[in-house]
Write a protein that binds this ligand. Sequence first.
Ligand code: FAD
Length: 351
Amino acid sequence: MDLIVGGGVVGLSVAWRLARAGQAVTVIDPAPASGASHAAAGMLAPVSEVAYTEEPLLRLGLAALERWPAFAAELEADSGLSVDYRAHGTLDVAFGADDLAALEELAAFMDKLGLPVERLTGRECRRLEPMLSPSVRGGVLAGGDAWVDPRRVTAALLAALEAMAVPLVRRRATGLLDGAVRLADGEVLTGERVVLAAGAWSGELADVPVRPVKGQIMRLRSPYPLLGRCVRGMVHGSPVYLVPRGDGEVVVGATQEELGFDTRVTAGGLYELLRDARELVPGVTELELGDVVAGLRPCTPDNVPLIGPYRRGLALATGHHRGGVLLAPLTPALLEGEEPELAALCSPQRF
Ligand code: FAD
């Protein structure tokens, strides 16, 4: 029996894949799907989301992106729920000469990797996305990028687990023992292996180098399709993105703040998001406000997740930082020792 501590997109994906493979699993989480996975935009964008120096992360992201179509199809079949998987690419746009130069670097890097990329003039960008600002001077279309709705993904994972009668213990873990978990009321659940997947809170349960990085993000509602694909750009020196959903929702994200376990939504955070999003797509301010949340990304010192055996009776599946949704299909495979080269990149023994 595997005891999975944490029911975010990572823990639930691990539980679902293990259960599907015939393994006995139990998930422990007082509030499943309420952490970073509830906040996430759901971009599956391995190249534009990482710095060029982060090669391990890029290799992980590309391998995970390849797994997404089958993962989404199987999850939808098991749960009977849609995850709103879309593969229409990301349009990165530029306003000034510096931004254009940075985009050309991105395009050249993607060329080198053999990934589909198109360089576009400002006019071509607006032909693709008519709601873009007239000030956009050029762009790069990363045609291979995709996105999902993470809230639908976790709902589908929970439904698939329920259909397989996987136990979900809605209580807080307070201690990890060798192959066992102590709960807040003192009860001890015993298994063979504990998998720690408690996201930004993982460091409260084991001595692991994971810290929270706050992100504020906003959901707007549009009565008409505002955008056909994810749109990103640098505004006032910080990145902003808009992600359209099938149901008319438009996600605007996200701040990046080192404030510990602070999950307050602030006026300043919202102001920055809306101000920057309006530079990209002026029409966003006409939309109805949906919700605004702050999530805590689980971050490691090198931004690469911690996946694999840690000590006797304990394995880790945590530290996914900005890419936990993207890496959800790959994480269970790495945990089970598939793709050893990629698994080695994520070894928890590296610190
Ligand atoms: P979480 O989703 O945080 O889940 C951890 C779970 O552990 C929670 O349900 C919590 O209740 C539980 N838990 C905590 N403590 C305990 C305990 N003591 N006992 C039992 N359970 C416990 N990633 C992408 O790939 N694409 C994106 O576009 C993207 N956008 C993002 C935007 C924002 C604003 C943020 C904040 C993150 C974004 N991310 C994105 C990152 C992504 O959300 C995370 O990497 C991912 O959600 C991490 O999943 P997780 O399951 O490890 O953690």
